[in-house]
Design a protein around this ligand. Structure first.
Ligand code: BGC
Length: 733
């Protein structure tokens, strides 16, 4: 049946042949329509905005009088409820890695700081994303927050993008599967989750003035496919638009993307909210935006709160139709009812120890062993003299910054002010989470004698390195919202310190805490490289466990590490270094060929490819069998041929197609195996991954012919290949 229902009568007539889920969704819709009928215009207009909480010292001024004095917990967004109609206030909080508090709630004792999404992406484990989502939602609920601004799912198109740590990967299918489970976890607790930022918010440079240009068909096969699949799998209550323009129109006022694609082709029924400070104009309401978020941010940026004043005036003057206002309100109500925000019982029990375990498991599975010549794991029983150098490893592990940064229980172990240009400059801090890797390593290596050296100068660090049996260097780079990195180097001369240390003691291991690939000019001079990303509050422990072999590393890269920027689609980043406010155009000419797909097209060999990650055991893939027809189904066997228990992540790729060479990740599965154990795996591809999108017909098209398939350990390391025939067809939308 047609999923989008627009009038009251249609809703009532169509209730008979429905599944339970459809019936629940329809009943939410029917209730939304019924309640919206009873509302006054003042009430309608009150629902389509949110008001930002007060953070001392923020540019939005003091506490907004529209937030009631007695509201206990302020957060990113507040929309008053309508008690006479049983509609609760909407209170939204950031974000994808835990419940944040950039200063809204001085008495809040802190929340669980989960690993960054790039780490969660490295786990290739949807179950972890779901468990984390459930935990985040519980911590939101006890604070009264019923919307979690989670579900960061932009594709990592550029290794300089400051917010890549808030996203899952460079691959649409991988991102969609993981983000959908985060949303499912959150919404299972009666808290709405967003998916954000729709769409192509893939660089931070001049993000409010950034025009992201892309071929519309390629967009459907990449960034938009993420949203399409994730929406199907998780029905998020709301979609947040990005700051940027897409093909000339702001994301929040993009008729094509909002009305035609999201709400039209995909039949999305929830509401579209703007990002904070991303609604410059009331006409966005005509183009598909349903709610203006954090209205004071628009006042600062654009000098007005368009949905508060201009939209009302337009309504009074007959330029803004009543039906559209009703639609905006109904969409909001529908999601509140569908997720059960109005049916909250008592607050859930929150087991913070359990949440710490989930954070720990995320960090463990998210750490990627990039290189190991046998130096790892460390022998735990030897009286080694170890130098731990750099990265504030004596204090903690670092976090990414911006609206997604979580303050842990008990506060940060340290805050180093870095600063920077532009409005976000003063927010650039080095936030540290205890426990520190240093103390965790000492616990895990009781027989070792560990010296800490801050890595202050190359010469000094080399002296410490020289008198040790082994060096563990912690390389860090703080990245985050509002900034793109200028290049792929480690800051503060750390690359030079690693060089000096490795020259003084070749027995050097590097642990990286970064939000993106870095260039590693010292790669061949060190014995092992561990990518720990921003691993969250339990990261110090997870790093020590991986280094000492208590945990067998199992993370796989969700982003390609280029040799240098010349291998990327944009060696020069448009607008980088220009003053804040400079109109900037980025042409994403690589289209859908993002990350490993680009490397395959260009035949480039990266530093480390998508999907790469070593283990302390070995895995074998065998017996690949592939069938075709409508889509590709592959079965194969994975065997742990080594001596330790571990997890493999076999990956299935399309490597060539009759209508043009292209590479696509078709499926993956995390398989935990004991030594000698085997498991059979079956993966079936979403047919859209084998197809091309045809904007003229609005359908996906699979061409007749032979498709090349590869099973692999990464996008460049194939274990088996096969060919399969698919029959021509057009489908979907
Ligand atoms: C970010 C969003 C966030 C919002 C609310 C914006 O700066 O881009 O991701 O949810 O702030 O804090």
């Amino acid at each position: 049946m047609e999923r989008y229902v627009d009038t009251d009568t249609e809703v009532l007539e169509e209730t008979e042949e429905l599944t339970e889920m459809e019936a629940a969704s329809l009943s939410a819709e029917a209730r939304a329509i019924e309640i919206e009928h009873q509302m006054t215009d003042d009430e309608r207009f009150s629902l389509i905005i949110s008001i930002m909480g007060y953070v001392p010292g923020s540019i939005t001024g003091g506490r907004d009088p529209r937030i009631p004095e007695d509201l206990k917990n302020m957060s990113a967004g507040y929309t008053p409820g309508i008690p006479r109609l049983g509609i609760p206030a909407i209170q939204s909080s950031d974000a994808s890695m835990g419940v944040t508090n950039p200063g809204y709630r001085p008495d809040d004792k802190g929340a669980t700081a989960f690993p960054s999404l790039i780490a969660l992406g490295s786990s290739f484990n949807p179950r972890l994303a779901r468990e984390g989502g459930e935990a985040i939602a519980k911590e939101a609920r006890i604070r009264g927050f019923n919307v979690q601004l989670a579900g960061g799912c932009n594709l990592m198109r550029d290794p300089r993008n400051g917010r890549n740590f808030e996203y899952f990967s460079e691959d649409p299918y991988h991102t969609a599967v993981l983000v959908a489970e985060q949303v499912n976890g959150i919404q299972s607790q009666g808290v709405i989750s967003t998916l954000k930022h729709y769409s192509l918010n893939c660089n931070e440079t001049n993000r409010h003035w950034l025009d992201a240009i892309i071929d519309p068909n390629a967009h459907r096969e990449s960034d938009l496919l993420v949203f399409q699949i994730a929406i199907e799998r998780s029905q998020p209550g709301s979609i947040m638009t990005g700051y940027n323009k897409i093909n000339g129109e702001y994301a929040g006022g993009n008729h094509h993307l909002l009305n035609e694609v999201l709400k039209g082709a995909w039949g999305y029924k929830g509401w579209v909210m703007s990002d904070w400070g991303a609604t410059p104009d009331w006409t966005f309401a005509l183009k598909g935006l349903d709610q203006e978020s954090g209205v004071q941010a628009d006042k600062v940026l654009w000098g007005k709160e368009p949905f508060v004043n201009d939209l009302r005036n337009a309504y009074a003057e007959g330029k803004f139709p009543r039906e559209r206002l009703s639609d905006m309100v109904r969409r909001i109500l529908r999601s509140l009812f569908a997720v059960g925000v109005d049916q909250w019982g008592p607050a859930p029990d929150v087991d913070m120890e359990r949440h710490n375990e989930i954070a720990l498991e995320g960090a463990r599975q998210g750490i990627v062993l990039l290189k190991n010549d046998g130096a790892l794991p460390l022998a735990t029983d030897k009286p080694l003299k170890i130098a731990v150098i750099g990265g504030y490893a004596q204090q903690g592990v670092i976090s990414g910054i911006g609206s997604g940064a979580v303050t842990p229980v008990g506060g940060f172990a340290g805050v180093v002010k870095i600063g920077g240009a532009g409005v976000m400059g003063k927010h650039r801090n080095l936030f540290l989470f205890a426990p520190s890797p240093l103390e965790e390593l000492q616990k895990a290596l009781p027989a070792a004698q560990i010296d800490f050296d801050p890595g202050y100068t190359p010469a000094e660090a080399a002296l410490t390195a020289k008198r040790s049996d082994l060096v563990i260097f912690f390389g860090i780079r703080v990245e985050g919202e509002g900034f793109d990195s200028a290049d792929l180097s480690l800051p503060w001369g750390q690359d030079g310190v690693i060089d000096a240390v490795a020259a003084a003691n070749p027995n050097t291991i590097v642990v990286l805490e970064t939000g993106n690939p870095v260039s590693m000019p010292w790669r061949d001079k060190v014995r092992a490289i561990v990518q720990a990303w921003y691993p969250g509050q339990a990261g110090g422990m997870a790093i020590a466990e991986v280094l000492t072999g208590r945990v067998n590393p199992s993370g796989r890269l969700p982003i390609t590490f280029p040799v240098d920027l010349s291998q990327t689609p944009r060696p020069e980043l448009p607008g980088l270094g220009t003053p804040w406010g400079t109109p900037t155009t980025i042409r994403y000419d690589e289209g859908a060929e993002v990350g490993y797909r680009w490397f395959a097209q260009k035949n480039y060999t990266p530093l480390y490819s998508f999907g790469h990650g070593l283990s302390y055991t070995d895995f074998e893939h065998s017996s690949l069998r592939v069938t075709g027809g409508e889509t590709v189904t592959a079965t194969f066997t994975v065997t742990n041929t080594g001596e330790r228990e571990g997890a493999d992540v076999p990956q299935l790729y399309l490597t060539d197609a009759p209508d043009g060479m292209r590479m696509r990740l078709l499926g993956f599965e995390r398989v935990a195996l004991k030594p000698g154990e085997s498991r059979n795996v079956t993966l079936t591809a979403d047919p859209r991954l084998l197809a091309r999108f045809d904007g003229d017909t609005g359908q996906w098209h699979i061409a007749d012919g032979t498709y090349k398939i590869a099973l692999g350990k990464s996008a460049q390391d194939f274990t088996e290949t096969a060919e399969v025939t698919l029959s021509q067809r057009s489908f979907g939308h």
